[in-house]
Ligand binder design. Structure first.
Ligand SMILES: Cc1cc2nc3c(=O)[nH]c(=O)nc-3n(C[C@H](O)[C@H](O)[C@H](O)COP(=O)(O)OP(=O)(O)OC[C@H]3O[C@@H](n4cnc5c(N)ncnc54)[C@H](O)[C@@H]3O)c2cc1C
Length: 439
């Protein structure tokens, strides 16, 4: 017999990915009556396996770091990029990070976070999909489809005071409100990714190792540009994730088999990648695709709702900060909801403050990832105030990442605009130019 979904709650969360589960944990810890609806049953697959080291501050806040450490995910040493012919290597240790970056199987990582939300006291319902959302004067009414009983799925409603949309790429509220916008009509990216057995990988010493050494010699995330986009290579415990990012029109009209052939064709042509992986070890039918993922949502919050994580916007995975963004925006939204519950008269103001902070982050992310400015939704002043709040080590790492992917002129302009140049951030000694990789 399934647990009954309540008819009312103070806060309803849509989606159990890192944004939704972390919001549920924080709300449960604060003793706030909240319900999370997740349309799938976890563990469910998800892209985004590379985590940069500053994510730990959020998992500490959630109280889940020890469980993540115990899981034994692959710890990574840094990154190696081959970008338009230049080879660079960065090592996180050189930036002063004390805790490791990780390569995680996202089905497992996200499941740990969702179970942690439950053990923290959150009411989580899987296989329940939020459908329409009606904003009334003093409450929000959410219609959902309950598919927990496979024989007879049924619709029902739940009423709440505030709603947090953490539905990821589905952007439930933005779709309903027609509030999802393309970042730029020319920049419609698509990603194709798949998994390989027995891949070799690069260590921080720029030499390659066989996959069975991944627990003893830390890997790096390997990234390379190619004519039409860029590729990632992320060694996990049992397999290696390889993905392409390119303009959507490059694979328009291709069916699944043709996409697989295209994907494997690119993998066999990109230098170094083609030596690390062998197409015969491609895990059949593991290819996945995510189209048109560069978008932003405006308005991202209102006095009754908060769109967080990918439900509030996403640009480009080049800097591996999607999960970080999910944690960050979730913490912002929970703070605003807590204040609103305590002082309802100020709820519009709390929502505005939260929207402003979220826009600062997305604006920074867009300006950095896309390599040019004045594109829709990018706001210089907001970026500046966000950058001034970021700890130095994190800024240095971002500068290094943008330097090795030839986007640092952006970063430097942003630093000037944010009046951060006096801080003498310089990373050329940490983003090391090297001459070769040994496979
Ligand atoms: C190609 C690519 C590569 C990436 N690589 C990285 C990377 O290396 N590192 C990184 O940090 N990030 C990466 N990202 C970004 C990362 O995947 C996301 O930013 C992150 O998963 C966002 O978490 P979230 O909780 O907002 O959304 P999600 O993880 O997408 O979770 C949303 C949840 O909502 C549920 N849901 C959807 N609709 C409904 C509904 N109607 N009702 C109930 N539930 C619903 C979904 O089932 C899902 O479980 C990448 C993204 C892309 C596109």
């Amino acid at each position: 017999m399934s647990k009954t979904i309540p008819k009312h709650c103070d806060v309803l969360i849509i989606g159990g990915g890192p944004a939704g589960s972390s919001a549920a944990t924080l709300l449960a810890k604060a003793g706030i009556d909240s319900v999370l609806l997740e349309k799938t049953r976890f563990p469910r697959p998800q892209v985004g396996e590379s985590l940069i080291p500053h994510f730990w501050k959020y998992t500490d806040q959630l109280g889940v770091s020890q469980i993540l450490e115990n899981e034994g995910f692959v710890t990574k040493a840094g990154g190696i990029t081959v970008w338009e012919g230049d080879i660079h290597r960065i090592s996180f240790a050189e930036f002063g990070f004390k805790r490791p970056a990780l390569h995680v199987e996202r089905d497992i990582f996200d499941d740990i976070l969702l179970r942690h939300a439950q053990t923290s006291g959150a009411a989580v319902f899987e296989n329940v999909s939020a459908k329409t959302i009606k904003f009334e004067k003093t409450q929000v009414v959410v219609e959902y489809l309950d598919k927990r009983d496979t024989e007879s799925s049924h619709k029902s409603t739940i009423k709440c005071r505030y709603i947090i949309d953490a539905s990821g790429y589905n952007t439930v509220i933005a779709q309903q409100n027609h509030a999802r916008h393309h970042v730029n009509a020319q920049r419609q990216f698509l990603s194709l990714w798949g998994y390989f057995n027995d891949s070799r990988y690069f260590g921080a010493d720029a030499k390659s190792y066989s996959v069975d050494q991944v627990k003893t010699v830390k890997p790096v995330t390997f990234v390379s540009s190619f004519k039409e986009g860029w590729v990632w290579h992320i060694p996990l415990r049992e397999s290696t994730s390889v993905g392409l990012v390119l303009n959507t029109d490059k694979v328009k009209g291709l069916d699944y088999k043709q996409r697989e052939a295209f994907f494997l064709g690119v993998c066999s042509q990109v230098p170094y990648l083609n030596q690390l992986i062998d197409n015969r070890n491609y895990m059949q039918r593991s290819l996945c695709a995510r189209p048109d993922y560069s978008y932003y949502v405006a308005p991202v919050c209102d006095d009754q709702y908060y769109c967080i994580g990918d439900a509030g916007g996403f640009v480009d995975p080049i800097f591996s900060h999607g999960v970080l963004n999910a944690f960050y925006t979730s913490a912002l939204a929970v703070a605003a909801v807590k204040e609103s519950l305590n002082h309802p008269a100020g709820r519009k103001r709390y929502a505005q403050i939260c929207a402003n902070r979220i826009r600062q982050f997305y604006s920074f992310s867009r300006a950095l990832s896309l390599g040019d400015f004045h594109i829709n939704g990018t706001e210089f002043e907001l970026i500046g105030s966000f950058m001034r709040s970021v700890p130095r080590t994190e800024l240095e790492l971002m500068l290094a990442a943008s330097h090795i992917t030839h986007r640092d002129s952006n970063f430097r302009k942003l630093m000037d605009a944010a009046k951060l140049t006096g801080k003498h951030l310089e990373v050329t000694d940490k983003a090391r130019l090297i001459t070769e990789l040994v496979v």
